[in-house]
Design a protein around this ligand. Structure first.
Ligand code: ATP
Length: 276
């Protein structure tokens, strides 16, 4: 039975980029129907046969996928498909009933959340959790406490990545817009320079223009710094426009893994699982 372990912190975002000029590296091109797993280079993250349940509810049923370095892997699916549970199980918040999670080749299944952070994984949960009474700067500094030693240069870097957040650094978080909050939590997650960023529904409730900005920044980080991103989204169209690879989940199982362009162009699949 899945066990909840609380909640991680997190947070960063960007500048625009459209599908045509994402500079995405060579897409893996490896299409695997129902099952994930490809025979390309070792993934930063490899998930093998992961299962998790909430009592009688089997939320994940043998999920296999990988996230490669310098790539955005989008996990898509309808409400209840298991996307959030997948991220929570990968980051150690939910205990799997079966399967393995490898981070840079190391088996980290059932490692505590704090260990995941020090090993280079940062999870930005759905909901943009910030401390409303604290300023933007204080929120970043509190977030940094969970990330080992974070130098001033790392704060400066986050402010450079998010000029809007820099402008608002002395404002209390409750005055931020949804987009600013999302930038703050992503910025917080980037403080310790993670190798792998897990992002849960960053687009939820945001205007398309803000979503485009955030996704473009992610793309830039992936392309210039080799960051790996596992992006969970119900907004399949936007996610596929920025991702390299898409993984479609349905009822806790991987239905398709494919190049993001190809998935976006697959009309039957779009209608069956992606809602556009
Ligand atoms: N805390 C929980 N207790 C019991 N069942 C849960 C819990 N969290 C999720 N579930 C169930 O597990 C399944 C997968 O849910 P999950 O939230 O992972 O899906 P999702 O794809 O992220 O959907 P959504 O986009 O609605 O969050 C669903 O059937 C859901 O009802």
């Amino acid at each position: 039975m899945a066990e909840a372990h609380g909640s991680t912190a997190a947070g960063a975002a960007g500048v625009g980029l459209s599908k045509g000029d994402t500079g995405r590296g060579a897409a893996t091109g490896s299409s695997v129907i129902a099952g994930g797993g490809t025979a390309t280079a070792q993934g930063v993250l490899e998930v093998e046969g992961l299962s998790a349940s909430y009592g009688p509810v089997k939320a994940l049923d043998g999920v296999t996928l990988r996230a490669e370095q310098g790539r955005i892997t989008a996990v898509l699916g309808a409400n209840g498909a298991g996307k959030t549970t997948l991220l929570r199980t990968i980051s150690g918040l939910v205990r799997p009933t079966a399967g393995r999670v490898l981070l840079n080749g190391e088996d980290v299944t059932r490692s505590p959340v704090e260990a995941m952070v020090t090993k280079g994984m940062s999870h930005v949960p759905e909901g943009r959790g910030v401390i409303a009474e604290l300023t933007v700067d204080e929120n970043l500094r509190v977030g940094s406490l969970f990330r080992g030693k974070v130098g001033q240069d790392e704060f400066d870097r986050v402010y450079d990545l998010f000029p809007r957040i820099k402008e608002r650094r002395t404002s209390t978080a409750h005055t931020l817009s949804g987009g600013e909050r999302q930038m703050l939590v992503i910025g917080r997650a980037l403080l310790a320079r993670p190798k792998l960023l897990l992002l849960d529904e960053p687009s939820l409730g945001l205007a398309p223009r803000i979503v485009a900005q955030i996704f473009a920044l992610l793309r830039r980080l992936v392309d210039t710094e080799g960051l790996s991103v596992l992006l969970v989204e119900q907004n399949a169209r936007s996610a596929l426009s920025v991702a390299d690879t898409g993984v479609v989940l349905n009822l806790g199982r991987v239905v398709v893994t494919d190049d993001a362009h190809r998935l976006a162009g697959d009309e039957d699949l779009r209608h069956a699982y992606l809602g556009f």
